[in-house]
Write a protein of this length. Structure first.
Length: 256
């Protein structure tokens, strides 16, 4: 079942597995957040690009922190196929292979957005190490629904989604789908990511669509490093003693 609202909790079990620690003996803190700006002008993050057609890749660097980006769509009967990731004045957009000639799609202010009209578009963000994902900003061209779906996971850094059925995301290391529902509009809107932890996030317009066209570009993404802080043994002894005392009180209450 997809999650419809986002909590603030970090995925503790995932972080613990990555860090080789016991969840019951650690707490987790995100600090020093980085915001990558994907706009093509006006202070966007440094970008390097490979390829000029479907399957291209863009690497964004902000203050030494790196995120790799690519575009995908479900244009092959429910499986992923490489699409073109465009970088525009208001952020990242997608042209898939069923949206006409690539040059025409890139120049069109509507089709080159991340959308769920006829086909489902996706943008994959991959980080060089696990991060705590905080928020992204979506920005439509025109007035549209701006509902977002996303999946956070820990994946193989060399993973290709080509030919993978959408239903198999869990097998690749992604968690469940989270949907964020917003009101229609034409302005940029922030989307909270709940501090979920992973080395990748897959973002799309609402999936599956609810009958209303969702379209937007992805303007920015914010994430922070994850620090594992061991809790002192004395603190856990205190917590354990408190739990034992509570249990004793409950037992006494039932006996009386």
């Amino acid at each position: 079942m997809p999650t419809r609202s986002i909590g603030a909790a970090t995925s503790l079990a995932l972080v613990a597995a990555l860090a080789g620690t016991n969840v019951a003996a650690s707490t987790f803190v995100a600090a020093g957040d980085t915001t990558w700006s994907f706009v093509s002008s006006g202070g966007g993050s440094h970008v390097q690009s490979w390829g000029s057609s479907y399957g291209n890749v863009r690497k964004f660097t902000q203050g030494g922190a790196v995120v790799w980006t690519s575009a995908w769509s479900d244009t092959t009967a429910g499986s992923f196929e490489a699409a073109f990731l465009g970088r525009h004045s208001s952020g990242l957009g997608v042209c898939n292979r069923l949206e006409g000639a690539l040059a025409t799609c890139v120049a069109d202010g509507v089709d080159h957005q991340v959308d769920n009209v006829s086909q489902q578009d996706f943008v994959l963000f991959r980080f060089e190490s696990p991060v705590a994902l905080q928020s992204l900003v979506v920005d439509p061209t025109g007035s549209w629904d701006r509902d977002v779906s996303f999946w956070v996971g820990t994946i193989d850094p060399l993973l290709s989604l080509a030919g993978v059925p959408l239903a198999n995301l869990a097998g690749l290391g992604f968690g469940g789908r989270t949907d964020v529902i917003t009101r229609p509009g034409e302005s940029a809107v922030p989307v909270g990511l709940g501090g979920l932890v992973g080395n990748a996030i897959l973002v799309s317009a609402l999936a599956p669509p609810d009958g209303s066209a969702d379209r937007f570009k992805i303007r920015a993404l914010t994430a922070g490093p994850v620090t594992v802080v061991p809790v002192p043994d004395a603190a856990w002894l205190f917590v354990s003693a408190g739990g034992l005392l509570t249990a004793l009180r409950r037992t006494t209450a039932r006996a009386t």
